[in-house]
Design a protein around this ligand. Sequence first.
Ligand SMILES: [Zn+2]
Length: 460
Amino acid sequence: MYSLLLALLLSADVTPQMQATMDHISAQSLRGHLSFIASDLLEGRATPSRGLDLAAEYIAAQFRRAGLEPVGDDGYFQTATLIQREPNWDGFEMTVTGGGKTIRIDKSEAYLLPAAALNLRDVPVIVADQNTPAEQTRGKVVFVANWRGRGSFDQASLVIASSGNIPTGPQVRDPEAGVGRGAISLVNKPELAAFLKDNPDARLSVHMAASIDRPVKVHNVAGLLRGSDPELSDTYVLLTAHYDHLGTRATGDDKIFNGANDDGSGTVSVVEIASAIAALKEHPKRSVLFMTFFGEERGLVGSRYYGRHPIVPLDKTVADLNLEQIGRTDASDGAQIGTASITGFDFSELPGILADAGQIVGVKVYKNEEASDAYFGRSDNQALADVGIPAHTLCVAFDYPDYHKVSDHWEKVDYANMAKVDRAIALALLHVASDAPPPKWNESNPKAKKYVDAAKKLHP
Ligand SMILES: [Zn+2]
């Protein structure tokens, strides 16, 4: 009885505009989009890559279909120029010698990108793992049995790994910001594990020419839905997600990181919600900027670029809702069906708006005690928050079995659940884009202090 009464009460609040938006969002449509975005053809959408560009073109086509305004410098594209580092194999030589034996490493086994020429003769090899303190590996030649990411090895002069997901994609940096992780030099040589065990005093020699830096163009994809109110239409709400992923790896049967949930799910949700809201007879009062970022996996490069090159004025941007990993319900901390959480849950009023919208469609929007604050800086909302705009990431599964694995496939996504979550997001977006007052940062939360300060600078 109670739930029926509640449903009746809530349904009274559902305007025809909200109903039309909810009706437009379909699981089938999301599935169709994601089966392309996460397909092998796109080769894991590394920044930069042809696969990333194919994804950008697809997103632009969907924005065009929805009738969004192209507001980039090149249609829907906002073009950034990054510096891509490529290896120079002229005169390359690498050997490891121990116990009277020498192992030669071929260039096909090396992913070396030294800024300056790398010339080492008979240097020791430090055996390390993910827990080795960074001070012990700085400037050293390091051997890791199982490569699981940069972690402690960021400052090593050379890393040799015998297994793991060795990245093969190009290395990029943003010349304007210096953001984007620096190049790391890696070698994939499985037999070295046993060799170094037998010969702990083995020495390495390497000659490698300096890498070649080339400019490369990448794109944020942005489409604007112009607001219907003469005054409020020059204020803006952002709905964002990153469309890049990790690219490919050197070894294994499956070499492609498809990134279906991370963050194909957020990307196709931006597309689907854009098409639902653009189809309304009357647009929301505020303008809505729908955008997908490049380079999140390289260290929030695309959103940082946007923060420095805003398409719409930052001081007129009232909120950014960023979407991450909203398709998988099989989270490591338990099934997430009909639930979603938001990072920085007590940082601003935006999460509360989402929670209210969630109630209408039956999605419980909650504070994930472990992840809420810890993950706030781990996605593209951070770039907008840093300039003072209330910006959060909505996430269904922070961690799930295929996170950053080649097995993050589109078939594993729960599309009915994702459609439901997207309906909650769309309703929250309609609310923020109405004449409701813009969400504010929480001044009483010390963790939000730097954002409160940034907001005061943005709105003097
Ligand atoms: Zn992500």
